[in-house]
Design a protein around this ligand. Structure first.
Ligand code: GDP
Length: 483
């Protein structure tokens, strides 16, 4: 036994309660099985047996339809040749959804998980755009096949140009009354971005899904976590309830199933963790994202962080040397604070603060920040690997403070099964009061969701359609989130 756990308990943890399939080569992707075993506390969220069985059947489907199979060949044959009689041609039995890598890494991680869940719900096969650095970041998740979209995919050269104006964009087709039940296009483009129109968001309604379901190829560009809005579709809702009886744990489970950092990234995670975090009695994560044209260090953001962490008793105050009545014979508790930010100044100030003066509680506070890259460099391999390593490091902390509407922060807390303290977005260059709010859910927020329900619920505030899909705490009557 290790730490008093029985062998079967350990095995249960190793495979995350059945979420992961045994049998992968361990050395080529060390994080897959060791992550939970050596670095994570057991999650209070358990995957349902139904989710586990659904994943196993998905894996079979992917193997049958994935790249290199007869089915894939058949499905891609003549794709992109604009022949309006395509509906009559046999395209095989497999249907696909292609995820295109756009926007920052946090956005990508949230949207790929959303697309995967949609694929699970609709029996599609998810394929991943590999033109960016995805395979430098993550191992293959499905056994005996690949999730990478082959580079020779017939529409590959066009995908970059897909946008709302594209004639096969679903919202545009609705606008143009170009949807007809007797001719199903071979492919459709779905635009699920911050600038989606009401028509694009009709995607979430069940009538529209009946049409979309027949299309063999869906190509998606998304930059929002759209899972909460899938619950508006009654068919999906029934299935989702069975898959996720603990509703707020959707991303938590999907992320632990899908995402296994490559050895390169995992090395960065474990070296940093072992050197700076492992020995601490408690770990606090603080993710600082500044959304502003002139981003960088702002005194009001620093004030906000201090005010939040002290009010919520996440960090002690500092006192003068004379005031500190430290009993030196008692062992001092060590708290490690992991700060992630593009800017090093915030962590530097915290570090100095706790070096210059003692803490009121006598705790020792160590402050660490792995990188300070200054500006976003998406698609630069090492930059993205650092960003990913930092999201994982944050997810291994005990308590976490994150910045409002940052998908980087959403990934970190949800992966870790943590309910974050969300720092409100500052307005007018001053620290908001209150500075932060404790979330009551671990799931990420769907920024820019549909503003109203479908069909009968049309016109109803979308935060009032489904009882457990509500507006996000960090979004002021906007955004949708599972509670
Ligand atoms: P969001 O913009 O906060 O929603 O998060 P994204 O991850 O989608 O995009 C921000 C990108 O900026 C990240 O992917 C990184 O490339 C970079 N970035 C932002 N904050 C950090 C940070 O704390 N650490 C690192 N290493 N990179 C960051």
């Amino acid at each position: 036994t290790l730490n008093g756990s029985s062998e079967s308990e350990l095995l249960h943890d190793k495979f995350l309660g059945g979420l992961l399939k045994p049998g992968f080569d361990e050395g080529s992707c060390v994080s897959r099985y060791t992550q939970s075993l050596l670095y994570r506390k057991p999650s209070p969220y358990k995957p349902s047996p139904y989710l586990v069985s659904k994943l196993r059947s998905y894996e079979k489907l992917h193997k049958r339809c994935g790249p290199g199979t007869k089915a894939y060949k058949k499905a891609t044959k003549n794709l992109g040749h604009d022949d309006e009689n395509y509906a009559s041609k046999s395209v095989g039995k497999c249907r696909y959804i292609v995820w295109v890598a756009v926007y920052g890494l946090g956005n990508r991680i949230l949207t790929l998980a959303s697309v995967f869940l949609y694929a699970l719900l609709t029996n599609r096969v998810v394929l991943v755009d590999q033109s960016k650095d995805i395979s430098d970041l993550f191992c293959e998740p499905f056994p005996g096949t690949s999730w990478l979209l082959p580079r020779e995919f017939p529409l590959m050269n066009q995908i970059d140009g897909y946008n709302k104006e594209y004639s096969r964009c679903y919202g545009t087709m609705l606008n143009n009354h170009a949807i007809s039940t007797n001719s199903t296009p071979r492919h459709l483009y779905l635009h699920i971005l911050h600038d989606s129109r009401d028509e694009d968001k009709m995607f979430f309604c069940s009538k529209d899904q009946d049409v979309i379901d027949k299309v063999p190829w869906l190509i998606v560009k998304a930059n929002v976590y759209f899972v909460p809005s899938l619950w508006f579709n009654p068919n999906f809702q029934t299935e989702l309830m069975k898959l996720f009886p603990q509703k707020e744990a959707v991303f938590h489970h999907l992320a632990r199933y899908l995402y296994h950092p490559t050895n390169q990234v995992w090395g960065m995670v474990t070296r940093y963790h072992d050197a700076h975090l492992a020995r601490a009695d408690e770990r606090l994560g603080i993710q600082i994202r500044v959304f502003s044209d002139k981003a960088g260090y702002f005194q009001h953001v620093m004030d906000q962080i201090l005010s939040c962490t002290q009010r919520e008793k996440l960090l002690p105050q500092v006192v003068s040397q004379e005031e500190s009545k430290l009993n030196m014979s008692k062992r001092q508790k060590l708290k490690s604070v992991l700060v992630t930010s593009l800017y090093p100044e915030y962590a530097d100030r915290l570090k100095n603060m706790f070096w210059e003066k003692p803490s009121s509680t006598g705790e020792l506070i160590e402050v660490y920040q792995p990188s300070g890259e200054r500006y976003q460099q998406t698609d630069n391999k090492l930059h993205d690997q650092k960003a990913l390593a930092e999201m994982y490091l944050l997810s291994l902390t005990d308590k976490i403070v994150t910045s409002a509407r940052s998908t980087f922060g959403y990934v970190a807390h949800s992966l870790g099964g943590l309910k974050p303290w969300l720092l409100y977005q500052p307005r007018d260059a001053s620290a908001p009061d209150p500075p932060c709010v404790r979330s009551t859910s671990i799931d990420p927020c769907h920024l820019t969701p549909p503003s109203h329900g479908c069909d009968a619920d049309w016109g109803t505030d979308s935060g009032k359609v489904v009882p457990f899909v509500k507006h996000c705490e960090d979004r002021d009557n906007d955004g949708l989130k599972l509670f």
